[in-house]
Design a protein around this ligand. Structure first.
Ligand code: COA
Length: 176
């Protein structure tokens, strides 16, 4: 997968050490962390996230990008391992943006670019998302991207929906 993606308004590039302060600010935002943690995260969580993502990019695995608007870090988005054994052929997709960036279609814009890259590069056969039904923003975003809820489960003590999008259902024609 390419580590740098450009969309109309955004640049997606690998998270890196200099993102530490902006990432800590994002993870200290109660709105951005409510699902699923119910409380802000600690600076050590931002450091752990950075280290894990750096390792995944270096290993050539699907990973999370820093999402940049102009020069500002909007948040992060991308792929990680599937937490569900029955979906071992899929990668997990996720987003976390600071609240001031919500409501502008930026998550959708990044989502289209990331999924297109995932399926064009054939890095996985499907993308998977796990979300709480009360998280209406993520539910709407996933619906718009074409995900379909396939099952329910429990994660972090909360009831969750598991939604899936298979490569053959990706609506943007792939040329690769
Ligand atoms: C999940 C999250 C990334 C969704 O962000 P979002 O901004 O709602 O998502 P979108 O990019 O799809 O934007 C949709 C909104 O932008 C509006 N919009 C404006 N311009 C748009 C455009 N050009 N294209 C599409 N939508 C546009 C839509 O009408 C919609 O508005 P609404 O908020 O009034 O319904 C964000 O809520 C978030 O980071 N939450 C915290 C972390 C979290 O819960 N992550 C998931 C854990 S499982």
């Amino acid at each position: 997968m390419r580590s740098r993606l450009e969309t109309r308004r955004l640049t997606l590039r690998p998270l890196r050490a200099e993102d530490g302060p902006a990432l800590m600010e994002l993870l200290a935002d109660p709105a951005a962390t409510w699902h699923p943690y119910r409380q802000p995260r600690q600076p050590a969580d931002a450091e752990a996230l950075l280290a894990a993502e750096l390792a995944r990019w270096q290993a050539g695995m699907p990973a999370r990008w820093a999402v940049i608007h102009a020069t500002e870090l909007v948040g992060y988005a991308g792929f990680g391992p599937s937490p569900w054994p029955e979906h071992a052929d899929a990668v997990d997709i996720g987003w976390r943006y600071a609240e001031r960036w919500w409501g502008r279609g930026l998550a959708h814009e990044a989502g289209e670019a990331m999924l297109d890259e995932l399926f064009r590069s054939r890095a996985a056969r499907a993308a998977l998302a796990t979300f709480e039904p009360s998280n209406h923003r993520i539910a709407a975003l996933l619906r718009r991207l074409g995900f379909v809820v396939t099952s329910e489960g429990t994660q972090y003590g909360h009831r969750v929906h598991v939604a899936r999008l298979d490569a053959q259902r990706w609506r943007i024609p792939m040329t690769a």
